[in-house]
Design a protein around this ligand. Structure first.
Ligand code: PNW
Length: 473
């Protein structure tokens, strides 16, 4: 494995984005600082039974106070971009009306610090921390929430549009709708399948309305939507299993992709959903707005689901840690089976071929939009060893394999512009708390000390060279 015995390596196109991602609630802490309001996640984590070990994110990894150190760390790793989200209740404590200047100011300082270090800020407007006041008014099942979001987006874009070019609207609307309002494993923890469908549409509408508002403000911003996609396989070739695959692919992938990129909901998915509720809340003109052209599609990819028409089996690729319902509204009887692949600490099967499938499918079925991988990564049981290092060989191998797949997809003609590892640092993994570590950087929670894992050192090398080392001969 000496350098000179390696083949020349796998070079990515010039300008390829080498990034890492986080989200506000998972890293910031400082939940009571500088006039921040309450989000649904603050409420949710402080009710029993919602988070493993009763953990909360009041302190998280204290990024609100340590952002300068964290930006230095990104620059040291040679990242060309950093994807983060802004906390709505920090900026608009009640989700509407007056701005909390101190909250907004934090993001101005963060963005200025990133720019000063040559790291391009990629700003996500919504990563699940809905102001509690808006949930009290009904939350995402209410159409008005989408309008409140568009106002919020316009406000942030007006203030930061001069220094942030890359914007994305809603992170993973599937999770926000179906984990938040159907299975209840995410905030606000409701188990109301019909309301979850309304939430999904209103999250899409929020994307459309906010995109329209931001486009009217300035023409030079690059605006994207963000979806979490899974490769889906039927367990067998039986008709029942193939129908199960159609249903899960429909609700997880096509419902959002077709809306954002074709301005239409897939008919078969609407038919599945109409078994649960009528869809009168989808108004004329909504889909034209939702399907307005995008500059980038942000794709989060983690795993593959293997599904069967026979009910049963854990939701293996994303089993909930707490007592919850099914997020598969209208298709609750689909079974999730073990595909026989190695798994991460989340129990998620590792399958980079699924990423290839997704990327080539996007390029084929939705050819007009450039792509970035906005999240990809894995939790493993990391250990800080006596040498002061974290030898996370499995994570390194996971990211290496998925990046090689990205390279192959680019070679096959897929317009893939960048890659963001999830996550830059270990952080609050939602209902799983701090037990699941996704970071390239290890966080020693008692001291908040940041330690570069082996995967971070390796990723820095890749970012620096703009490519991956060749396989050892
Ligand atoms: C994504 N599922 O969440 C999020 O965007 C991140 O905030 C999160 O930390 C990361 O992936 C790792 O979990 C997901 O159950 C959470 O299918 C749950 C699911 C998918 C994505």
């Amino acid at each position: 494995t000496r350098a000179e015995t390696r083949s020349p390596g796998l070079m990515f196109p010039t300008g390829f984005v080498w990034g890492a991602a986080t989200s506000a609630y998972q890293i910031e802490g400082a939940v009571a600082a500088d006039g921040r309001g309450t989000s649904v996640w603050d409420t949710f984590v402080n009710q029993p039974g919602h988070v493993v070990g009763g953990e909360n994110a009041d302190v998280a990894i204290d990024h609100y106070n340590r952002y300068r150190e964290d930006v230095r760390l990104m620059a040291g790793l040679g990242l060309t971009a950093y994807r983060f989200s802004v906390s709505w209740p920090r900026i608009q404590p009640d989700g509407a009306g007056a701005v909390n200047a101190k909250g907004l100011d934090f993001y101005k300082r963060l963005v200025d610090e990133l720019l000063a270090h040559g790291v391009d800020p990629w700003l996500t407007l919504y990563h699940w921390d809905l102001p509690q006041a808006l949930e009290d008014a009904g939350g995402w099942p209410e159409r008005d929430t989408a309008s409140r979001f568009a106002d919020f987006a316009a406000l942030v874009h007006d203030e930061l549009g001069d220094r942030v070019t890359n914007w994305s609207t809603v992170n993973e609307p599937w999770c926000a709708a179906f984990l938040g309002y159907a299975s209840g494993e995410h905030a606000p923890g409701r188990r109301e399948p019909a309301a979850a469908i309304r939430a999904a549409h209103h999250l899409n509408l929020a994307h459309g309305l906010s995109t329209q508002a931001m486009r009217a403000q300035r023409a030079d911003s690059l605006i994207g939507g963000c979806v979490n996609l899974y490769a889906i396989s039927p367990a067998t070739g039986s008709e029942a299993d193939r129908d199960a695959a159609r249903r899960i692919d429909g609700l997880q992938n096509r419902f959002f992709l077709d809306a954002l990129l074709k301005g239409a909901y897939p008919e078969d998915v609407l038919a599945d959903l109409r078994a649960v509720t009528d869809t009168d809340f989808i108004q004329d003109g909504d889909l034209a707005l939702i399907g307005a052209p995008l500059d980038t599609l942000l794709v989060n990819y983690y795993s593959r689901f293997t599904v069967s028409g026979a009910p049963g089996g854990a939701r293996s690729a994303a089993a909930a840690p707490t007592d919850s319902g099914s997020p598969w509204v209208g298709s609750e009887r689909v079974g999730f089976v073990n595909g026989g692949r190695p798994v991460t600490a989340m129990g998620w099967e590792i399958d980079d071929s699924g990423l290839y499938e997704i990327l080539t499918r996007l390029a084929r079925d939705y050819p007009s939009v450039p792509l970035v991988i906005s999240e990809n990564g894995a939790a493993f049981d990391d250990e800080l060893t006596a040498d002061g290092r974290v030898h996370d060989q499995e994570r390194l191998a996971y990211i290496d394999a998925h990046l090689r797949t990205c390279h192959a997809a680019i070679e096959a003609g897929v317009p893939l512009r960048g890659y963001f590892a999830w996550s830059l640092m270990d952080n609050f993994e939602w209902a799983w708390g701090y037990g699941k570590r996704f970071g390239l950087v290890y966080v020693d929670y008692p001291t908040q000390r940041r330690v570069l894992k082996d995967s971070a050192l390796w990723y820095a090398e890749a970012a620096r060279h703009g490519g991956l080392p060749g396989a050892a001969e």
